[in-house]
Ligand binder design. Sequence first.
Ligand code: ATP
Ligand code: MG
Length: 898
Amino acid sequence: MKTAKQIRNEFIDFFKSKNHEFVPSSPIVPIDDETLLFANAGMNQFKNIFLGLTPAQYPRVANSQKCLRVSGKHNDLEEVGKDTYHHTFFEMLGNWSFGDYFKAEAIEWAWELLTGVWGIDKNRLYATYFGGDEPVPVPADEESPELWPKVTDMPAGRVLPFDAKENFWSPGDTGPCGTCSEVHYDMGSGNCDGSRHPGEACAVNVEGCGRFVELWNLVFIQFSRDEAGTLEPLPANHVDTGLGFERICAVLQGKRSNYDTDVFLPLIKMIEKLCQGPAFGFGPKYSPDGSSATDVAFRVVADHARAVSFAIADGVLPSNEGRGYVIRRILRRAARFGRKLGQHKPFLHMLVPVVVEQMGEVFPEIAQRRKQIAETVRDEEESFNRTLDRGIDLFDRVAADADRQLSGAVAFELYATYGFPVDLTQLMAAERGLTVDMPGYEDEMARHREISAAGGGTFQAAAITGLPETDDTAKYETGPVQAKVLGWVVGENFVKQGALGEGAEAAVVLDKTPFYGEAGGQVGDTGRLAWKGGRFDVRDARLVGHCVLHIGVVAKGTLKVGAEVTVQVGASRADAMRNHTATHLLNWALRRVLGGRVDQAGSVVEPARLRFDFTHGQAVTAEQLAEAERLVNERILADEVISARQVPLAEARQIAGVRAVFGEKYPDPVRVVSVGVADPVKDADETSLVEFCGGTHVQRTGQIGFFKIVSEESVAKGIRRITAVTGHEAVRYVQRMDEAVRSASAALRVPVEEIGQRIAAMQKELKGLRKRPAGSGAGGFQADFVVESAAGKVLIGQAEAADAAAMRGLCDVERQKGAAAMMVGAADEDKVTLVAMVSQALVKAGKVKAGEWVQAAAAVVGGSGGGKPTMAQAGGKEPDKLPQALQAAERWIRERLA
Ligand code: ATP
Ligand code: MG
């Protein structure tokens, strides 16, 4: 089988033989072209040549252009993953004439390459041309329909007229343009996906039809379009062609999907590998023809990994505007699809080396920047991961109550607080049959811009001057507190007078508060301030010096300086408290299990999870983790009391068994938190759980509910990290795992307890099969064609190795499963092996003999063979033509059975 690399080279070599000069791809970011965010076609870099502004260096050129179609006139983002032939990033192969040859040569050479050099089945090809269309003041193209049957052997009946939408091409609203003639390929009835457009017949240019796919567009550039839409004839006629590289690879490799070619397969395999969770050793698998949510996710992630890598290589960094925001959107979209594959940690950056491996030779810029690309992706993933799950939670809650539409306010909150690009929210909504109120979202956005412009919403915490102190002693209680509004932050200043209207974003300062401002690894609280006729929603709280900033938005009414407000911490604080106390318990348990030398090296406490870093030279074993988890849950079940009190530092340091983080400065008096002893100063001993800590905790361990370790990994030399969940989140986690185990048990058809054994047995079997090349019957056979007949299914496809005995084995297996006939082909470096099987019933019916059938296929690969009516075999000399041979076999048997 030809590799993608060979195919690219053959294209370039073919046009070199027609006196074309090879020109490298231009960067994905167009140089000096503000009309375009990203290169969307091969012609972008030649625009000025077409317009007559720069002279052409060579009259004929061939190239492979990096394209990204995610914005503007050519935007395929929505299709990606749902179908198998639209990508965000792809390569466009092209041949070019700058005022040199025109339609006749363009058509003739396209045909010569496709059918002559590459041997594509002519009966699967169709051509199109511009048939005239009112909105474009250009007459129908009368030459192309005459040229096709004249300069090629394409029958006139397969040359079809279409309107401007299909056959008048331009890069955007303005620029060089002209009519075009396209080549389409019939992928076979197996590719028809009736489910996407029920009731619609497959045909060339039917939207969403996966059977007829456009391969090559021959554009005849003759005009320039200006802003008013007027077409001006250009000084010369040019040819601009675009052949989809990934699509031609699929055709020449005999695959039904671009994702099954060697362009994408290594990525898919890597994603599968990353999905094999450490806990269980299995995860979602990609099924090539599948359209399940997981299959779509595999394709999207593979696609987006390429797009993001190439964009970063060409200098685009994720950001909040322009090109950078497009890349950020793609990356975040990929991260969210990763959640569908069970990826909760950064993983996309691990695909970068695979992209580099695949493409680095042809596009050296990505090999050179591999490190920077991976780091950029990882940083971006990490930062989005911090809010992604909380955003999904919010979305799920709101979506559950919405009947048809999600409000603009929610979409805006997801955007502003959780970093969800609105198109991601739209996508998630669409998955549930909901829409998003976009005008409402735009309104929120506009309001937000006004506020920011007025200086109300944004600030740099470190730079703020004149902040008063907040009394936050109430932070250890969660009950409401009455407080007075002292003012808010505008720009870098603290403002002590005035009012904030509805919708205003601000960082409000109170005289006292129960809010916990982000500090000591525990994230800031969310909640609300309420007053008569009004409400301020707090989405984060930060401690700056001794001042607590309540960051959020006036949801209702007007907030005035001096107002009395009821301050209420939100419900997620309870989750943070569970996680904080559980962190102390985990610290204690690890010391019990791993020994007293274990030291805390950092921790993060959030409502959704806790993360604990500690010093330890090697991986913690599964048994040790299980034991630590058991110990923590023991203490939860014992419902022990937690006490927290201020103790003079000198006295506190004397408490038996006290833990303090090495190198940390503590205030005097210091807050001492203990579990299981009412008074740590009097009652603690060496084995007690006592820590210096300013965080918020539950009153009794029983409130934690349940503790579950999710992962254990290395973060630096000698430092391990445990991530764990408690309460609601732990229940959700266990349910998800339970679901995964159940589906594995169903797929393997064994009880849950036997999954491990079954997989071990399967692995052994697989090893045996790999060692034993001959005579094995099983292994990866997948039919490329399936013909239904009255006698049963006819299967046609490729085997992995050209081993006749193994191939006969495959036929036997399928016969036992009820197949009426089967043809398997396999290609070696220099030969082809074909094996045909026909069931007794079909032979008796007098329709098909294996010998004749195999002969029909063998002829295509320059070989011959024969055998019994039920089983026959042939050899051939042209491995490249195996896909065509199998197509011939399909046609032959279809005719016989008809
Ligand atoms: P389609 O109708 O399939 O979306 P198109 O008309 O948008 O194609 P052109 O703008 O003519 O395509 O681009 C030239 C060639 O580039 C196409 O014939 C196709 O082979 C390939 N191509 C276009 N868009 C994509 C894409 N999103 N992913 C992969 N290949 C593409
Ligand atoms: Mg398109």
